[in-house]
Design a protein around this ligand. Structure first.
Ligand SMILES: Nc1ncnc2c1ncn2[C@@H]1O[C@H](COP(=O)(O)OP(=O)(O)O[C@H]2O[C@H](CO)[C@@H](O)[C@H](O)[C@H]2O)[C@@H](O)[C@H]1O
Length: 783
């Protein structure tokens, strides 16, 4: 037995008590009395620290066993023994040993304080969780409706229906069931722990009141007025999807210690644990405490509507944000009859340029994202001409779309519950939805509404700005005081009306789709007249490179590579799979099936941006090189005609496919050896990303996102991803292509290295989503 001044092994400032196979630090010495006995703890101390009497008993008896303590009247005492040479390990004085003892006492007190503090934190965490659950279900809003659309008529006011209350009960009981105590301790009961009362499955007064509010006093949902019954049915008819627990709590295995009443055998205060062995174990959201409600609003959204990269982003970024734990919605126009989306039954009317227009809201829940489609005769059946028509007509569509979109979080229940406007951020995209930040300010924030809602505006392409004469201001239905936001002068347009300008000024944050483009936007050439406004708002601008939807764009699972001779392939089967796709493409397009000839692909909108003129200038040179060229695109009629002419001129070498075909785009990406992107400017560019994932080597003009994402091949170091050229000049294009063909023919190993490096990159949306989250959080805390 060790003497005073040198504790037995394992008993020092954090005395270890062995229980089963676990070692736990416990409260050590609490008081020191310079008497015969030193009191080192009491039951009272244990109780105040949240430990039961049994536990204290156990602790004390173990201490008595291991260090000769005695237990008198609930006080644990240790006999004072004068330090001896033998006991102290040599020559220590009694004072020294007492000092050591004092130090140990102090350390012990610190440990105790820390433990108490941690227990408090666990309780605070639990309370926050409960209040979140409560908030989630108390959707009733007392806010006055803004006089936004004149006499806009609310037909359904989504509140807690009995169906929703039932859902809430389900959630509550699932939360209860998932509160697991690994030592078999039951979840704290409501009697013994006030903090759990919110979890009670019985409807609370508020809930009952809520139903009464909705249905009128003395009525229940079953005896409500027929029209209300119908509305309720509409609200819940699509089937309230099963509610998920608030995303920031790992419900699977939450241990809740109750310091007041619970017998806590485990003193480890890090009580929130995840059981990875459970099949339904859900990790905590990656966003952690930053989880928000996010609504992305865009004029197109793949796969339902797409003319270019904006559609891809609207279809994929929200899913990546949802994977991080956010509650995410996409709002897009309902251009066609989308099979997945069901009518929510919600109808609203908005005034646009004096016209009273009704909109319906359709809803689908896919891959963790709520997709809400706004339906109106103004938007219907234009999927092949989204941005077509007269300027005023396009403007009216966008005004209606933005007005209707901004109120979706109030009126359209998703999974039975509206998003509400607290902790909410909109992500608007390009000029088409740049009115949304303006409306958020003018009709809501400036009137004390939606105070916790923020807007982020994403620039995918600054070249299109929603310009018009100043008189167009009449269409946007705003008080005259807001005209200055839109009125803009530049040497090209003179004084004009500019929607993008107003959006950039009013959004809380601005994002653009690459770092390179962020820089270009601030220049006279790159900002397309808006560089001044962008420079003024530089503080809120950030570049985030797009990702790609790897479910859609992966050669190993691509659904468009499963027939007509195409095959799925991966980096391991690249050498066989890709040549097979190339042969299938040559066959499908009626080109000679030649594995040795470099096959160059181009996919894109046919306009000035994409550098089609440079390709046109390089075609004669290319045709001398024994290559094949496949181009897919729609756009300017003269450029479409040019494609047809090339095909007519070089029948055995060129195919010019005029049209929009997602399947063909995938097949060209898989079958081509080289993807050509000589864009004059390119905010990000997605095709080069898709190409690299398919082992297709990009040759690009180093601008915007192309410069960010395609690193020049270095043959000495065997590094890089493709070929880049610095100026939009045909000779530079030819030079880059020449090196590319030479490497393709003469340096097979280098070529394969290029392909594999491209395929190995992580191009998914996950990184970008994390960066968007940072922007959303910055917007949220900005006042
Ligand atoms: N005829 C056709 N048939 C089938 N598919 C076709 C097609 N023409 C184009 N596509 C597809 O449309 C998308 C085009 O995306 P991009 O990013 O290259 O260009 P876009 O200029 O439209 O987008 C803008 O927004 C995106 C997103 O932010 C930015 O990357 C980009 O730089 C910016 O100009 C790709 O998915 C492509 O396959």
């Amino acid at each position: 037995m060790a003497s005073m001044g040198s504790f037995p092994t394992g008993v020092d400032s954090s005395i270890l008590v062995h229980s089963g196979n676990q070692q736990r630090p416990v409260i050590p010495i609490l008081a020191f009395k310079p008497k015969k006995y030193v009191e080192i703890g009491s039951f009272a101390d244990c109780n105040s620290a949240g430990f039961s009497r049994n536990f204290a008993d156990d602790l004390f008896s173990r201490l008595s066993l291991c260090c000769g303590c005695s237990n008198r009247g609930g006080k644990l005492r240790m006999k004072r023994v004068k330090a001896t040479q033998e006991g102290t390990g040599g020559g220590e004085s009694g004072n020294e040993s007492e000092d050591a003892f004092q130090a140990t006492i102090q350390k012990g007190e610190k440990v105790l304080a820390m433990q108490k503090d941690l227990l408090k934190q666990v309780h605070v965490f639990f309370e926050i969780t409960l209040s979140f659950v409560n908030q989630l279900f108390n959707v009733k809003s007392e806010r006055p409706l803004p006089n936004f659309a004149g006499d806009c008529k609310l037909i359904i006011e989504p509140r807690m229906t009995s169906h929703m209350i039932a859902e809430r009960k389900k959630l509550v009981s699932s939360i209860k069931n998932n509160i697991v105590d690994p030592e078999g301790i039951k979840p704290p009961s409501t009697e013994s722990n006030g903090t759990t009362s919110i979890l009670d499955a019985a409807p609370t007064k508020d809930e009952t009141k809520l139903e009464t509010d909705l249905l009128g006093s003395g009525t229940t949902s079953s005896d409500a007025k027929p029209e209300i019954q119908q509305q309720l049915k509409a609200t819940s008819s699509e089937g309230v999807r099963s509610m998920e627990a608030p995303p920031f709590v790992p419900w699977n295995s939450v241990v809740i210690p109750n310091p007041e009443t619970k017998e806590l055998k485990d003193t480890t205060v890090n009580t929130v644990t995840i059981d990875p062995t459970k099949e339904d174990a859900k990790p905590p959201p990656l966003a952690g405490a930053n989880v928000m409600n996010v609504i992305l609003v865009a004029a197109e959204c793949a796969p339902w509507s797409k003319t270019g990269g904006l559609g891809d982003v609207a279809g994929a970024l929200p899913k990546a944000l949802a994977r991080r734990g956010h509650r995410v919605m996409v709002i897009a126009p309902r251009y066609g009859n989308y099979a997945e989306a069901q009518d929510t039954g919600v109808r609203k009317r908005y005034k646009v340029h004096g016209q009273d227009l009704e909109v319906n809201y359709f809803h689908a829940y896919i891959d963790g994202v709520d997709f809400v489609f706004i339906d109106s005769p103004l938007l219907r059946h234009i999927e092949n001409n989204i941005y077509g028509g007269k300027r005023e007509d396009i403007l009216k569509r966008m005004v209606l779309f933005c007005k209707a979109a901004i109120e979706v979080p109030w009126y359209v229940p998703c999974g039975g519950v509206c998003y509400g406007d607290g902790n909410l951020a909109f992500i608007a995209n390009d000029w088409h939805t740049a009115l949304l930040p303006v409306y958020l300010k003018a009709y809501y924030r400036d009137k004390g509404l939606m105070q916790y809602t923020r807007s982020v505006l994403v620039i995918h392409n600054i070249a299109h700005q929603g310009r018009g004469p100043v008189d167009d201001f009449a269409y946007v239905d705003l008080p005259q005081g807001y005209l200055d936001l839109f009125k803009f002068y530049d040497p090209v347009g003179g004084e004009h009306f500019n929607i993008f300008a107003a959006g950039l000024k009013t959004a809380d944050r601005v994002v653009t789709v690459s770092h390179g483009y962020t820089w270009e936007l601030k220049t006279l050439e790159g900002g397309w007249g808006l560089h001044g406004i962008i420079n003024e708002n530089d503080w809120k601008l950030r570049g985030i490179v797009n990702g790609i939807d790897t479910k859609d764009w992966s050669p190993d699972i691509d659904i468009h590579l499963k027939s007509d001779g195409y095959v799925n392939y991966s980096i391991d089967t690249l050498k066989t799979g890709k040549p097979q796709c190339k042969a299938a493409l040559q066959k499908e397009l009626g080109l000679p099936i030649r594995p040795d000839v470099p096959l160059i692909g181009f996919i894109g909108r046919l306009d000035d941006q994409k550098g089609i003129d440079l390709i046109a200038q390089a075609v004669p040179w290319m045709m001398d090189q024994d290559v094949q060229l496949v181009m897919l695109g729609t756009g300017r009629p003269d450029l479409e005609q040019m494609l047809r002419n090339f095909e007519g001129q070089y029948k055995d070498k060129v195919r010019g496919w005029v049209g929009f075909s997602v399947k063909t785009a995938h097949r060209i990406t898989a079958g081509a050896d080289v993807l050509l992107m000589p864009s004059r400017f390119e905010p990000c560019g997605l095709n080069q990303l898709y190409a690299m994932r398919y082992g297709t080597v990009p040759v690009v003009h180093a601008v915007g996102g192309l410069r960010d994402t395609v690193k020049q091949f270095n043959p000495f170091e065997e590094s890089g991803l493709g070929w880049t050229f610095g100026r939009a000049d045909v000779n530079e294009l030819i030079h880059a292509l020449g090196n590319c063909f030479y490497t393709y023919r003469e340096y097979k190993a280098s070529w394969e290295g290029l392909q594999k490096r491209g395929m190995e990159q992580d191009l998914s949306w996950d990184n970008a989503a994390q960066n968007y989250e940072e922007v959303l959080v910055a917007a949220k805390y900005q006042w």
